[in-house]
Design a protein around this ligand. Structure first.
Ligand code: FDA
Ligand code: NAD
Length: 434
């Protein structure tokens, strides 16, 4: 079969792909030069919506409402936008073989695509419980969430089991956001996770205590310090019981699993350098192979502010890394340059009427300030992380846009801290004065 050539191909049609396409269009791309190849059936969209408004019982978000690039306040790129710009959207097309030396991509349908420049934006996928041999984990009624098709299956299951029992396996981002969604949908929700508190990747025990208390007040039951070791199903193969390592058993009509993600790098194994589980890139998102870039969840990049190499699985970086790569591609063509990527990590989450933001790094000692009683309506509290006598990270629940800007600034500026007691007493005011 003859290969179809594009000057630029973006492999993957998620968040990074949408922002890259917009940047190409703004810097100038001719009709027919750029293609996005995605196994999803829809144009790039803001993935965070899937674990939030997409699952609301009323007024739920639906496409085309959350195509990129609305998530950062930009123009919404509808499928027509790609057609108008001459950007080829090759959807429902999974690439199953990549030859970086030959510059070819082969699809599961046998189509061959050739490129001048490739941007790898394949993102990540969920880790499955069957990956670590949990017995019965392939039963019907056990759900994972990454793509819009997964969210549609979950919506169907929620509607089919009004008032049913839901077990959430995992106490990270998916666990916390989905527990809230399912309670709002009036299911009876139990969360199970192995750690002593939720979101241990980021939260201190004190921060976690607020969210756990808040969730419990909303009716979520929490089982900590154990894992799901098996599932039982009824005669039709639908899950009906979750067995825990500590011997307890939880009846379940629906199970939602969020036990982490793994970057989709296997197509490129042995062809490109990897580091820390991702594709190794420089400050312009160039991989070890000339003309091949990697952005978003798959890229391990130099985190200049911490003099470290990191992979980040959050939307702000997906957007910004895509923009940086495209700016570098276009600058290189013109013989000019762009500044190195100098990223300040930014993570956020929303559930119920809660909303937090975090900037920087959660290492060293922490100081938690403000109102941490979960029964107080609209409680506002925050935290600073201090390493080598400097603030390196900042967290705020229920911040205003100005307050969130202030904590971002404090994490970027890294002011010195002489007294933790004084920092605690000054709280948010410390950030506001920077
Ligand atoms: P992304 O996963 O968005 O896109 C990858 C694309 O590549 C997909 O379209 C996939 O189908 C396609 N693909 C993969 N392999 C392919 C192949 N072989 N052939 C063709 N196509 C292929 N972050 C945050 O900061 N705040 C938040 O609130 C949330 N909320 C959130 C909710 C949910 C449900 C998830 C799953 C994730 C989040 N995130 C988040 C994380 C954030 O969405 C994530 O970091 C970005 O989507 C990463 O963007 P990428 O473009 O790298 O991957
Ligand atoms: P995560 O890494 O945030 O959380 C994984 C959690 O799984 C751990 O905290 C732990 O509690 C739990 N766990 C691990 N092994 C377990 C086991 N055997 N049994 C029970 N629990 C176990 O991953 P996630 O929540 O699955 O999220 C998937 C991806 O989606 C990540 O890349 C995440 O960044 C992204 N995401 C981000 C947001 C956000 O930024 N607001 C929201 C949703 C999803």
């Amino acid at each position: 079969m003859a290969a179809t050539f594009y000057k630029y191909i973006i492999l993957g049609g998620g968040v990074a792909a949408g922002y890259a396409a917009r940047e190409f269009a703004s810097l100038g791309v001719l009709p027919g030069e750029l293609a996005i190849i995605s196994k999803e059936a829809v144009a790039p969209y803001e993935r965070p919506a899937l674990s939030k408004a997409y699952l609301f019982p009323e007024g739920a978000a639906r496409l085309p409402g959350f195509h990129t690039c609305v998530g950062s306040g930009g123009e919404r790129l509808l499928p027509d936008w790609y057609a108008e710009k001459g950007v080829e959207l090759i959807l429902s097309t999974e690439i199953v073989k990549v030859d970086l030396a030959e510059k070819t991509l082969a699809s599961s349908f046998g189509g061959i695509f050739k490129y001048g420049t490739l941007i790898i934006a394949t993102g990540a996928t969920f880790i499955k419980l069957s990956d670590f041999g949990v017995q019965g984990a392939d039963a019907k009624g056990i759900y994972y969430l990454r793509e819009i098709d997964d969210a549609d299956s979950l919506v169907e299951a929620i509607r089919a089991k009004p008032g049913g029992k839901a077990v959430i396996v995992g106490g990270g981002y998916i666990g916390l956001e989905l527990a809230a969604d399912l309670i709002i949908n009036k299911l009876d929700v139990t969360m199970v996770y192995p750690e002593p508190w939720c979101m241990p990747r980021l939260f201190t025990s004190e921060i976690a205590a607020f969210y756990e208390g808040y969730y419990q007040n909303k009716g979520v039951k929490i089982v900590k310090g154990t894992v799901a070791t098996g599932f039982e199903s009824d005669a039709s193969g639908n899950v009906n019981l979750v067995k825990l390592k500590d011997g307890r058993e939880l009846p379940a009509d629906i199970v939602v699993v969020g036990v982490g993600a793994r970057p989709l790098v296997s197509l490129f194994k042995g062809q490109v350098e990897e580091e820390k589980g991702g594709i190794k890139v420089d400050a312009f998102f160039q991989t070890s192979v000339p003309g091949v870039y990697a952005v978003g969840d798959v890229a391990t990049f130099p985190m200049k502010i911490f003099n470290d190499k990191r992979r980040v699985e959050h939307v702000d970086h997906a957007r910004k890394s895509a923009i940086q790569a495209v700016q570098h591609i276009k600058a290189t063509e013109k013989g000019t340059s762009v500044a190195e990527y100098d990223y300040l990590p930014f993570f956020y989450s929303r559930s119920f009427d809660l909303s937090w933001q975090f900037y920087g790094d959660n290492v060293g000692d922490s100081v938690v300030f403000g109102q941490t009683d979960p029964s107080v309506p609209k409680a506002k509290f925050g935290a600073y992380w201090i390493k080598d006598d400097k603030i390196v990270g900042a967290f705020l629940e229920n911040g205003s846009p100005e307050e969130n800007k202030a904590i971002a600034k404090v994490a970027r500026v890294q002011p010195p801290v002489t007294s933790k007691e004084a920092l605690l007493a000054s709280g948010l005011e410390f950030a506001s004065k920077i």
